[in-house]
Design a protein around this ligand. Structure first.
Ligand SMILES: [Zn+2]
Ligand SMILES: [Zn+2]
Length: 431
């Protein structure tokens, strides 16, 4: 909850930036940015494969005078624009697309078929809007470079690989992001949203996206003939009981005030009608806003699984195997003070009608990792409205992110995205 009464205080500290000069600088870039958007949209690359995209982004920053460092834990790159004494502010975009065949029917839709990390030929589409993030990021770099006389500090632009597979932020941090480059005083990002019209920005102070853990469970048993269940320990029955018992973790073990999700998305066992198999495999997604709750859920999964196996008479070496995948993403928690400050800046720059407080979502985003290192960097991710306002108001169903039909109203989304980000930076980096 944002404390509205604090806002007028914050307005006093706003720098006197010239909205007119910002508008003029952006106006000069608008059509080039629209072209860049379409170009990026038509050349999607999948997670960890963002080779050409990274080169393109590095070139953009280099042409503006940034000191560019490529290949940070993969395709991630960092550009620094040093502009005197002042705060270091990091602005992050992601670069990867998804293996989805686009069905928007737009004249600039993606027709790309490409190789994924495992070597399969798959279609690719920027269905999560990372092409829009890169366009707004580039526009921000261009306008900030053009308005260098009006801010002080170091602008640190980072283009990150593999957000969708959760190896991006982690690899960059492990490759020494905060040792090789100045530790940011603030880190900012956008994610496009289909829950807001283009022209608007949404904020959420505190937890905004969930921690996500992917968990594999193997339920063991003792197989045999389907006609002789008495001579087996049936893992299909055990796995079925497990699925039902897991529902009590959220409903009976966690605080009712602590949101969490335990979903079994896949269950596989057996080969034939009359064979009791040796094992059943389950795949789960776990979602939470608090890392400790995530750990509590994993511990409960193990305890419940072990209890069921023991009650069926299995020895401890045949208790279920619970494996938490490395792809897990921690919760994304916006710094409440920074978020309130920036929401106030956006209200001044875009008008209060265009800045909305939003509910958190249970989806995941690895931007949260930049705020979870020992350096304790205050982070803020804002939702960038992306749907044509008329369509948004009409009430017709709007395709969501990660679908073959999602597309942003790109001219307005670019304009608001750059205007909003530059306004926030100008406030944080006021001379
Ligand atoms: Zn996504
Ligand atoms: Zn995304």
């Amino acid at each position: 909850m944002i404390i509205r009464t604090a806002m007028p205080m914050l307005f006093l500290t706003l720098p006197v930036i010239s909205q007119t000069r910002l508008e003029a600088a952006l106006e000069k870039q608008q059509s080039a940015l629209e072209e860049l958007y379409k170009e990026l949209h038509q050349s999607p690359e999948l997670s960890f494969m963002e080779f050409n995209t990274a080169t393109r982004m590095a070139g953009e920053l280099r042409s503006l005078g940034f000191d560019v460092h490529e290949g940070i834990g993969g395709n991630t790159l960092v550009g620094l624009l040093r502009n005197g004494e002042g705060p270091v502010v990091m602005v992050r975009t992601d670069m990867d697309a998804l293996p989805i065949e686009e069905r928007t029917g737009l004249p600039y839709e993606s027709k790309v078929i490409t190789s994924d990390l495992e070597g399969n030929q798959v279609p690719a589409m920027h269905a999560c809007g990372h092409d829009m993030h890169m366009t707004v990021w580039t526009g921000t770099a261009r306008v900030m470079a053009a308005m260098k006389g009006e801010w002080k500090g170091t602008l640190m632009m980072i283009a990150q690989q593999a957000e969708e597979r959760s190896g991006g932020a982690k690899n960059a941090i492990e490759a020494g992001l905060y040792e090789r480059f100045p530790v940011p005083d603030y880190a900012l990002a956008y994610h496009v949203s289909e829950r807001l019209p283009a022209g608007s920005i949404g904020y959420c102070a505190g937890p905004i996206m969930a921690g996500v853990s992917s968990v594999d469970i193997t339920v063991h048993g003792e197989g045999g003939h389907g006609a002789q269940p008495d001579r087996t320990i049936d893992p299909i029955v055990l796995a079925s009981r497990l699925v039902v018992d897991l529902q009590t973790i959220v409903s009976r073990e966690l605080s009712p005030l602590q949101p969490a999700v335990v979903t079994v998305g896949s269950i596989h066992g057996g080969t034939k009608h009359n064979i009791i198999p040796e094992e059943v495999k389950l795949q789960l997604t776990i979602r939470y806003y608090d890392q400790e709750v995530g750990e509590q859920i994993i511990a409960a999964l193990k305890r419940i699984g072990n209890g069921l196996a023991a009650s069926a008479g299995l020895p401890p070496e045949k208790y279920p195997e619970v494996k938490v995948q490395d792809e897990s993403t921690p919760p994304l928690v916006n710094d409440p003070q920074l978020t309130s400050r920036l929401a106030g800046v956006l209200e001044t720059s875009l008008g209060a009608d265009h800045v909305l407080e939003m509910d958190p979502l249970m989806v995941g985003e690895d931007f949260g990792r930049y705020g979870l290192t020992p350096e304790d960097v205050p982070i803020c991710l804002m939702w960038l409205g992306s749907i044509d306002p008329e369509k948004f108001a009409s009430g017709e169903p709007i395709p969501g992110l990660h679908t073959a039909y999602y597309f942003p109203d790109y001219p307005a989304t670019i304009h608001t995205g750059v205007e909003g980000m530059v306004s926030m930076l100008m406030d944080l980096m006021a001379p």
